[in-house]
Design a protein. Sequence first.
Lengths: 244, 244
Amino acid sequence: MLSKAAIRRLRDLREKKNREAAGVFVVEGGKVVAELLAAGALSEVFATRAWLEKNTVPPGVAAVEISAGEMARASHLPTPSDVLATGQMRRPVLRDGDLSRGLTLALDGIQDPGNVGTLLRVADWFGLDRVLLSEDCAGLFSQKVVNASMGSFARVNAFRVPLAAALSADNLPPVIGCDLRGENVRSIGAPADAVIVIGSEGRGISPEVRGRVTRFVTIPRFGGAESLNAAVAAAIVCDRLRNP
Amino acid sequence: MLSKAAIRRLRDLREKKNREAAGVFVVEGGKVVAELLAAGALSEVFATRAWLEKNTVPPGVAAVEISAGEMARASHLPTPSDVLATGQMRRPVLRDGDLSRGLTLALDGIQDPGNVGTLLRVADWFGLDRVLLSEDCAGLFSQKVVNASMGSFARVNAFRVPLAAALSADNLPPVIGCDLRGENVRSIGAPADAVIVIGSEGRGISPEVRGRVTRFVTIPRFGGAESLNAAVAAAIVCDRLRNP
């Protein structure tokens, strides 16, 4: 059984400002909790007896039994599941020279949390070295981002940065922008080191970041759609880079 | 001003069975309405005076002014927008021999409406000739599908079919399944005629449909993610086919 104070604490974490102040993110649902437990990304699990009997919580993670009624009060979702978990936000710091090595995916103004999550999953599939998120991207620690990333959230090195400034560093590898105009993506080659910039579907790459791009590539269009989904575009570029 | 009966009719269209019986779909929001008006896919527009003053409704489409209060009662969304529109469902019939010509994207059990919409947009971008949806895919005419397709819904020839049966037709071109195992997608070549089968992210291609696949391709993985989003996988295959 949970104390009133414990339930109030979980409820308070519904507010982004409280999660930020505590440095804690919240996820709910059996699938994402299992993925993030496996990835070692969680610190507390609040679950019904039924869930606890069927699942193993590794040592070092607090497991607390909670009734369905308590879960309904603590949950952040309209339809509570049988498990809610918390984890510590990790905010690695981008160091000088990091971008000069390996493959970086830079997200410029991707505001839809589902898209950000899917982009993390793409970066994970293709084994990219890191993801940069501009400050106007969806927050990395929202439940929607974490759920859409399908566990990739815990495996990808993601940094929230002032993007144009980060792309002004010395000794950067090619900065490749994905745009409606540019070289055919099939001519991208397979650079070992590169930054791939993906803008939002509506507005494309922002003017400040555009000024840092050294090469534009485009995915040829054969039909009527005005744009491709940002995660779809990023995946096509990554596939060409990794599997030339 | 709308009659009570007119508001009731729009409210009743919240239920899928009523939309199916009337053969009508509903969309809401300025962006999707503008896209579908441009594509000639709508028959009625219910909008606030402010919207009607800023937008042009083409001849042949009924335009009805509606107050914010009426919209709140008619809308299908928790947060109504200033425009709601209806269109006739079109259900083209797949004919013998259709699949033998051109490129077909076949969706097997894609239940998430956002994914189905994004897949329609991918098919539109790459100018595919048609999309088949298995009977357990998300309904083609739900608002979520139409919104996620960003207008591609109105440009793509989409057929809901018993998929395994449809893929048993004579004279089919190669039926290429996208799977976790198979030839490297970069060796896919550029067949002018082909069917590309995409399964659900969780379960992959169903056993019955799998039996109709003549060739499997895979997108090589370099990192930790267990799967790729279905629309992402389809887009990579289409890019390789169209832009070899």
